[in-house]
Design a protein around this ligand. Structure first.
Ligand SMILES: Nc1ncnc2c1ncn2[C@@H]1O[C@H](COP(=O)(O)OP(=O)(O)OP(=O)(O)O)[C@@H](O)[C@H]1O
Length: 253
């Protein structure tokens, strides 16, 4: 469980203090325009930028008090457009640093439609394939390093995980994230530009603007067309009557 008590950053790029809770099994989407502070907030939640205001707890303990090795068992960050530093094979890169069971790696490759690329050099992969490899690696870090009980409470942070994926892979990934969250009780935070993905798959949404969280709550409440049109300076159409009951936001021509 991740808990924020007036947590913030005062030095540039700053994040205004915010409260919040993310429980095991939940998926939080962070949305907002370019430059709103989403990646900065993700580095705060991951501990790469220590909180300069308030408190940030992971599983009941301040994040900064977790020993590095234990923290690596409990939280993984997949940054935007991460590049592999070396010419690994896919299967090697997914396993790197976490010494996972072969069965777990096989499962993760299958989960992200990477099995056929297991022996390929990651430098030869397309952008979307490579993005799925980096996500599999982040999941492997969390799921391999501890017993199933210690997994409870793990935190997976993903910066724009769908940015290079086609719509089929976007759906597969978002469904897979929900499945990992439910099955392994991990909490997942995704920075998303696609508001319809946030609306469809997230349990809660935080809307950022100019380094401040200006709204948070259930997706359909936060992603209302009036607020979104204003914050993003965009003209929108709101499409009701979808089969899953969640309205879609579309750009006006
Ligand atoms: N080291 C830095 N020094 C000064 N300003 C910075 C620094 N790093 C980021 N910024 C600025 O802080 C703001 C927030 O950046 P951040 O990367 O968190 O935005 P974002 O919401 O993730 O944007 P995007 O959607 O474009 O990825 C931006 O205006 C950015 O230019």
């Amino acid at each position: 469980m991740l808990t924020l008590h007036q947590t913030g950053l005062t030095t540039t790029p700053a994040i205004a203090p915010l409260d919040g809770t993310l429980r095991p099994g939940e998926l939080l989407a962070i949305v907002g325009p370019n430059g709103a502070g989403k990646s900065t907030l993700l580095s705060l939640l991951s501990g790469f930028r220590p909180a300069e205001q308030g408190e940030l707890h992971l599983d009941g303990k301040p994040l900064r008090e977790w020993p590095i090795a234990e923290l690596a068992n409990r939280r993984a960050l997949v940054a935007q457009q991460e590049l592999p530093g070396f010419d690994w094979q896919t299967i090697e890169l997914v396993s790197l640093g976490s010494n996972p069971a072969k069965s777990l790696v096989a499962e993760l490759l299958d989960d992200l439609d990477l099995t056929h690329l297991a022996k390929r050099s990651v430098l030869s992969l397309s952008g979307g394939e490579r993005q799925r490899v980096m996500i599999a690696r982040g999941a492997c870090q969390l799921l391999s390093r501890c017993s199933p009980t210690a997994r409870d409470g793990g935190l997976l942070l993903l910066d724009e995980p769908t940015s290079a994926l086609d719509i089929g892979q976007q759906q597969r990934l978002m469904r897979q994230l929900r499945a990992w969250a439910a099955q392994h009780r991990i909490a997942i935070v995704c920075v998303l530009h696609d508001l319809n993905l946030a609306n469809t798959y997230a349990d809660q949404v935080w809307l950022l603007h100019q380094g401040k969280r200006i709204d948070h709550g259930l997706p359909h409440q936060v992603l209302n067309p009036t607020a979104i049109a204003q914050v993003y300076a965009v003209e929108l159409q709101h499409i009701e009557g979808t089969p899953h009951g969640k309205p879609l936001l579309a750009l006006s021509p």
